[in-house]
Design a protein around this ligand. Structure first.
Ligand SMILES: Cc1cc2nc3c(=O)[nH]c(=O)nc-3n(C[C@H](O)[C@H](O)[C@H](O)COP(=O)(O)O)c2cc1C
Length: 362
């Protein structure tokens, strides 16, 4: 096991190569303006991570429709008025030498009415008194993902990554528990995956051959069936519809507990699929140089850094300087995060994450 490979470039099917194997994971931090425009705090954060040696930097989940919002002060990409802020972010990342990608998000049935969200469930049974989206409404949301990708391209981003994890709309549609539709978007797994595939294909058509498309996927909870997801991933990788698959695990070492793949690592269920030119990586408790290198040895092409990147903005540079580097262990004090460059809004958001900020620290 060596950390050298982490710093080798990685070509993607479209657009420029990554300079190394580190991606900054999408990290919601609730520091945008109330209308979804990027704030001075967002720009400050992106200036910091742009200088931190990542091969590719994801934005936080950016909502593709005003009514698809989940969080207060969430970044938005649903309006051309948001372009100037997005442009500034994209240029900061480019100047730092990394690729940039906007995570495209719609909260689906979890859209928050307190913030102007309109809950948009796949099934009528999901939320009492709220009807399932009509077929036309699903198509409108699909087109909003595609328009948002176009906006990201106009702003100068290298690509986008539709958010297909954590029960948000694309993963909601994939789930037999949350999707009991009778139209072309429900029923068989092919139909439940249709929204995701139409979003991906639509983005490729709208944004052309140089634009990069990632896909973030949850493979458990929300009623999702691992065996089915494996089939869909097989198809999407086989047809080379995307540039990279980001497996949104909470623990990259997770073992499958039930079903056909019981006892295998969750990662191997996907890394064993023929991937053509598509790149595959994962997130989940990747907190040391050693763990990054192990994951590359275990079949990943890249790693996604989440909490370690909040604890130390320059995690990739530290790994480069020291092949034995380990991230500090949370909880940390608010002052530690402040000194590291986090805004008060970001720190407030982190107080909501279990065991991350020391309770009572100011
Ligand atoms: C503060 C915070 C915000 C997050 N926001 C997002 C998000 O906007 N979109 C997303 O797909 N995942 C989000 N995640 C999940 C991370 O991208 C990552 O997959 C997860 O934290 C596991 O990686 P880690 O163990 O390195 O933190 C968030 C995680 C954290 C800690």
């Amino acid at each position: 096991m060596s950390t050298t490979r982490l710093f080798e470039p990685l070509t993607l099917l479209h657009g420029a190569p990554m300079r190394n194997r580190f991606m900054l994971a999408p990290l919601t931090n609730q520091q945008s303006e109330l209308n979804g425009a990027a704030s001075a705090f967002d720009q400050d954060w992106f200036r910091q991570v742009a200088r931190s040696g990542y091969g590719l930097v994801h934005t936080a989940a950016a909502h593709v429709e005003a009514s698809g919002i989940a969080f207060e002060r969430q970044l938005g990409i649903h309006d051309d008025d948001q372009l100037p802020g997005l442009r500034q972010m994209a240029s900061a990342i480019r100047e730092g030498g990394g690729l940039s990608s906007v995570q495209l998000h719609h909260a689906g049935h979890r859209a928050n009415p307190r913030l102007g969200g309109i809950p948009a469930p796949a099934s009528t049974r999901t939320l009492p008194g709220i009807s399932a989206l009509t077929t036309e409404e699903v198509e409108r949301i699909r087109d909003s993902f595609i328009s948002a990708a176009k906006r990201a391209q106009l702003a100068g981003f290298d690509g986008v990554a539709p958010h297909g994890a954590f029960g948000w709309i694309l993963s909601e549609f994939m789930s037999p528990l949350l999707n009991d539709r009778k139209d072309k978007y429900g029923g068989s797994i092919e139909n439940r995956a249709r929204l995701t595939i139409e979003v991906i294909e639509g983005i490729r058509r709208a944004c052309g051959a140089d634009f990069q498309i990632g896909w973030r996927l949850s493979v458990e909870r929300y009623g999702l069936r691992l065996e089915e997801l494996r089939e869909i991933v097989w198809e999407i990788l086989g047809r080379e519809l995307i540039d990279y698959l980001d497996l949104a695990l909470w623990d990259s070492a997770q073992i499958v507990g039930t079903g056909t793949f019981r006892g295998k690592t969750m990662l191997s269920v996907f890394t064993e699929i023929p991937r053509g030119g598509v790149r595959v990586g994962t997130a989940g408790k990747i907190m040391s140089a050693k763990r990054c290198a192990e994951l590359l040895d275990g079949g990943c092409d890249f790693v996604l850094i989440g909490r370690a990147g909040i604890l130390e903005r320059d995690f990739p540079l530290r790994v480069k300087a020291n092949p034995l580097h380990e991230s500090p262990k949370p909880p940390v004090t608010a002052q530690y995060l402040r000194e590291g460059g986090l805004s008060e809004r970001f720190i407030m958001h982190m107080r909501g994450w279990e065991s991350f900020v020391q309770p009572g620290s100011v």
